[in-house]
Design a binder for this molecule. Structure first.
Ligand SMILES: [Cu+2]
Length: 275
C-alpha cells in the first residue's frame, strides 16, 4: 500500500487527465493514434497459445472446464502496460499501453483498459485481456453456456525460444509497476488458477472446441488482431455415474499456423519452466 501512495502522488495530475480522457477519447485514440512499425514504434503481436491440460471439476451442482492457457507476444515490440491510480478512493485505475522504439524510448501512449483488483489472486489484473468459450461442432459453432472474458496480471513467464531463465524477465510485478509481455515471450496461467475456467454444466455428449481469444475486443494495440484465437478440440461423454468426462482430441488450431520459430510454443510444445 505504501507503494501505491507513492504512485498516486507522482502521477495524480496524469491520473485526472486520463480519467477524463478515458470517457471521451479512447475510441478515437485507439483508431487514430495507432502507430505502426514504419513509424519507429515496434508493435507487439498477441496470439493465444493452444489451451492445454483440460480437466472437468465436478461439484454437486456444476461441471467446470479448467485448463492451462497462455498469451504469446510474437511481435517485434514489447506489450507494455502502465497503471495510473486515481487521486482518491474512487475512480478507475487506468491502463495505458506504451509503444516503444528499438532503443526502448516511449514513442506513443494510449489509454486502452483499466486495472482491476483480483481478490482471489491478491494482485492487480488488466481488464478484457482474453476470453474463453466453448463451441459445439466447430470452433465457430454454437456457444455452449456463457463465454468468460477474463482479467489477467500480464507478465513474462517463459521465452518461447530457449525457454529463458528468470534473469531475462522484464515484466514480473503484479502489484504497482508495469505489466506486459516482452517480444518473444509468453504469459501463462496454470489450470489451477481461479478464473481459468468455463462453466459447462448440462453439456451434451459430442465434439467441442475450447476457444481462447486473446485481446478479444481489439483494445490492445498490436500488429494483427485477426490471428488471436487458438482452440483445443475435445469429446464429451457422460459416465455411468452421470458425471461429464472429456478427452482431448487435438490442438486443432496448430494445423492452420504457418511455420515459424514460435510455432512450437504456440502449439503448446514449449511451456513454463517455473511457476
Ligand atoms: Cu492474477
Amino acid at each position: 500500500m505504501t507503494y501505491r501512495k507513492n504512485i498516486v502522488r507522482k502521477t495524480s495530475l496524469i491520473a485526472v487527465l486520463f480519467a477524463i480522457g478515458l470517457m471521451i477519447a479512447v475510441p478515437v485514440a485507439v483508431s487514430a493514434a495507432k502507430p505502426s512499425n514504419n513509424n519507429d514504434g515496434l508493435l507487439p503481436e498477441l496470439q493465444a497459445v493452444v489451451p492445454d491440460s483440460l480437466q472437468v471439476v465436478h461439484t454437486q451442482q456444476s461441471d467446470t472446464l479448467r485448463f492451462t492457457n497462455g498469451i504469446a507476444n510474437t511481435g517485434l515490440g514489447h506489450w507494455q502496460m502502465e497503471p495510473t491510480f486515481p487521486d482518491g478512493p474512487d475512480g478507475n485505475v487506468v491502463a495505458t499501453q506504451q509503444i516503444l522504439d528499438a532503443d526502448g524510448n516511449i514513442v506513443s501512449e494510449v489509454v486502452v483498459s483499466t486495472y482491476e483488483w483480483h481478490e482471489d489472486h491478491n494482485h492487480w489484473h488488466i481488464a478484457d485481456v482474453t476470453e474463453f468459450s466453448v463451441h459445439s461442432g466447430s470452433p465457430d459453432g454454437p456457444l455452449v453456456g456463457d463465454s468468460n472474458k477474463v482479467t489477467f496480471c500480464v507478465e513474462d513467464v517463459y521465452a518461447m525460444v530457449g525457454n529463458s531463465n528468470t534473469a531475462d524477465r522484464i515484466f514480473w510485478d503484479c502489484t504497482v509497476s508495469l505489466q506486459g509481455v516482452q517480444a518473444g515471450w509468453a504469459d501463462q496461467y496454470h489450470q489451477s488458477t481461479p478464473g481459468n475456467q468455463v462453466d459447462i454444466t448440462g453439456i451434451a455428449e459430442g465434439t467441442y472446441y475450447l476457444v481462447h481469444n486473446a485481446n478479444p475486443d481489439g483494445i490492445f494495440i498490436e500488429e494483427d488482431t485477426t490471428n488471436n484465437k487458438a482452440w483445443t478440440e475435445f469429446i464429451v461423454t457422460h459416465k455411468n455415474n452421470g458425471q461429464v468426462g472429456i478427452t482431448e482430441t487435438g490442438n486443432t488450431s496448430c494445423d492452420d499456423l504457418p511455420d515459424s520459430i514460435y510455432k512450437p510454443a504456440l502449439c503448446g510444445e514449449v511451456t513454463a519452466n517455473r511457476g
